[in-house]
Design a protein around this ligand. Structure first.
Ligand SMILES: Cc1cc2nc3c(=O)[nH]c(=O)nc-3n(C[C@H](O)[C@H](O)[C@H](O)COP(=O)(O)O)c2cc1C
Length: 155
């Protein structure tokens, strides 16, 4: 958490709220909301993934850290910085993590206001990204090859 809250923020605003969720019942309620939304996706692969009986937004992790934004000018970048910092910190502590956006999209649906309340997210903050954190069950799959020509140098 320290590595998250010490991420750089535009004009030093710290425009976020962090929720460390260690409650499986609530994590499962978020998965259910996420699944409902994914089943409406126009993308077949997304629907197929959500249809799996074992579908879990959190990939079986014990902890989810939800990063909520106050919606100010640089908040999206700041919350992303904090999330990436925490992912790197988790790795350095021997943990695995998964950076994710989809579960937070589910919160933005008005019918899931109860989830925001249950999570104690302060008024004026909207969940933006989440980080599932846990011990990895398997070695990471090989990294996807990086796109070529994504860097140019000007000297
Ligand atoms: C902004 C962002 C959103 C993501 N959202 C999700 C998600 O909702 N669910 C999920 O399982 N993984 C999510 N991921 C994880 C990615 O799909 C991918 O597994 C991860 O970034 C590792 O990719 P790499 O192999 O290129 O490093 C997200 C990653 C990022 C950076």
């Amino acid at each position: 958490m320290k590595c998250g809250i010490y991420a750089a923020t535009g004009i030093g605003k710290q425009p976020w709220h962090f929720t460390v969720l260690q409650n499986r019942e609530l994590m499962d309620r978020i998965t259910a909301a996420n699944r409902e939304l994914m089943l409406k996706s126009p993308t077949e692969a997304v629907k197929k993934w959500a249809s799996q009986p074992a579908f879990d937004s959190w990939h079986g992790a014990l902890i989810a850290i939800i990063v909520s934004s106050d919606g100010s000018q640089y908040a999206t970048m700041d919350c992303a910085n904090a999330t990436q910092n925490m992912a790197v910190a988790a790795k350095s502590l021997g943990l695995g993590s998964c950076y994710m956006a989809a579960p937070c999209v589910a919160f933005r649906q008005s019918e899931h206001k109860d989830l925001l309340e249950a999570l104690g997210i302060p008024e004026g903050y909207t969940p933006l990204v989440a980080l599932a954190v846990g011990y990895t069950a398997e070695d990471p799959i090989p990294r996807v090859p990086r796109k070529e020509n994504s860097v140019n140098y000007v000297r």
